[in-house]
Ligand binder design. Sequence first.
Ligand code: SME
Length: 155
Amino acid sequence: MEQNKKEGRYSRIHDQLNELIQKSRSVNARMATVTAVLHHKMDTFFWTGFYLLENEEMTVQMYQGPVACQILEKNKGVCWAAFNKKKTVVVEDVHQFPGHIACDSRSSSEIVVPFKNLEGRIIGVLDVDSKEKAAFDETDARWLEKILGLIYKDL
Ligand code: SME
């Protein structure tokens, strides 16, 4: 997507989510709504959802898209890489990423953003896959990080 168009789209999504999340103080409701709005408003998002660390296991939570891996093998793949590095990871071609976990063979590129709780501790990640190669860049990283910041807002 062209950069200006992407900026505009994310800006509108952010404002819409900012309004929506205030209607509930449930973290689960907010995560689900972030997932739904992103998935349906961003054309290239093929799989959009959260993985959280539960009993030491990176476990799938609410998501939109094809059925996903339920638990990700520890310290393998893109989600674990972002979680361990404590920073957003953008992968232009998942087939070139050593250890990438393919839940759906149609995915070509991916972005994974660490998700922090109220105390600022990273508790999991937001993962987005695209069928297009190199669908994600710094603009996606910046906006998705900002959007994740809405989930614990004013709690
Ligand atoms: N590709 C991810 C696994 C999750 S799915 O893409 C939904 C990874 O390598 O961690």
